[in-house]
Design a protein around this ligand. Structure first.
Ligand code: NCD
Ligand code: ZN
Length: 348
């Protein structure tokens, strides 16, 4: 069996920088025409000038002849001025601004500590139609790790949408039934990305026979009922849900450690993983809108022209891939079988 999709995009991707960027970029380029590039470098990408430099480093790292458009984002801080937002809008290549609550995840310490401080920037984004991409978890250590997304909806997101009704928001990498239902019932200013790993796995994967650090990401995998709700949302046909891998590479040594980093590397086989999830749900016919139309439409960008062909065929993922700093990278589900394979990509 074979399916053909309009060329998809990845609406949430970590490409890192330097040697790591060189190592991971070709995988995303094989799979996607464009990607929203996360700004959580060290130091974070807080200005349009920094985003322009980062964009150029990505373009310079492209394999010869490859066509791939990095869609850049700015990292919101307590002191992002409205002027920087205006510059971002005028740049044409910055497509969104990312909100990391300070301390919520990898490289988020420079993030927002008090959202009310961001009001000048948010007002300008609302005026200009520039989307805010939200890492939707509270950071209060008193709140259970598994509840941090639903508490974020109740204590932060609802108030934000009320205060800025025209602000266009993407609730990134949603992981709970509460988030899926909240997005589905909200107005059309709110959409969400969903990762392949949150569609395929529940939290048992992190503890299957021992601690499995490659299944540790943030927001963390949740119970089965939440996974099932995400699959229902992704396959519902609603234009509010779209593909965002959150592929987040970390060297094997940094993952397989006493304090392992959060992040799953899925860029190698992202479309195959999504195809498997949609196939298991009996909804392959819903994959194209989720992967190739809904995100572009929300971002008000043209849909891609090319196509990809996926074939139902079992193959084994490599155990590891080359990575920076003399270390290697383990893809999610390393050494295990996948049921779909990306066969062909064409640009027209
Ligand atoms: C991401 C990373 O490593 O940059 N990690 C993750 O677990 N998803 C950061 C993020 O998106 O939260
Ligand atoms: Zn991410």
């Amino acid at each position: 069996m074979q399916i053909t999709l309009t060329r998809p995009d990845d609406w949430h991707l970590h490409l890192r920088d330097g040697e790591a960027l060189q190592a991971v970029l070709p995988h995303s380029v094989r799979q996607f025409a464009r990607a929203i590039i996360m700004p959580n470098l060290r130091p974070p990408v807080v200005t349009v000038a920094a985003a322009a430099d980062y964009r150029q480093r990505i373009l310079d790292a492209l394999p010869d002849g490859a066509r791939f458009e990095p869609l850049m984002t700015l990292y919101l801080t307590d002191s992002t001025p409205a002027d920087e937002i205006r510059r971002a809008v005028d740049s044409g290549f910055v497509k969104a601004v990312k909100l990391y609550p300070a301390g919520a995840t990898t490289h988020s310490d420079a993030g927002v500590s008090d959202l009310s401080q961001c009001d000048p920037a948010l007002a300008e984004m609302e005026r200009a139609g520039m989307p805010l991409l939200v890492h939707g978890e509270v950071t209060d250590p008193a709140i259970d790790l598994f509840d941090r997304e639903s508490v974020f909806i109740e204590t932060v997101l609802q108030a934000l949408l009320k205060r800025r009704p025209g602000l266009r928001v993407v609730f990134e990498h949603i992981t709970t039934k509460e988030a899926a239902e909240f997005v589905a019932s909200a107005g059309d200013t709110l959409a969400a990305t969903i990762t392949a790993h949150h569609l395929l796995y529940n939290r048992n994967a992190i503890f299957a026979g021992g601690v499995r650090p490659h299944y540790y990401c943030l927001p963390i995998l949740k119970r089965e009922k939440h996974r099932a709700a995400l699959v229902r949302a992704a396959t519902s046909g609603s234009p509010k849900f779209f593909l965002g891998t959150d592929s987040a590479p970390h060297a094997r040594r940094a993952k397989e450690a006493a304090c392992g980093c959060a992040g799953c590397f899925t860029a190698l086989s992202a479309l195959e993983l999504y195809a498997e999830a949609f196939d298991l749900a009996g909804s392959l016919e819903k994959l194209e809108a989720f992967a190739s139309f809904n995100g572009a439409d929300f971002y008000r960008l043209p849909r891609n022209k090319g196509s990809v062909i996926l074939e139902k065929e079992a193959w084994t993922l490599p155990e590891s891939l080359p990575y920076a700093l003399d270390d290697e990278l383990a893809p999610l589900r390393a050494g295990e079988l996948l049921t779909w394979k990306l066969r062909e990509t064409s640009d027209q």
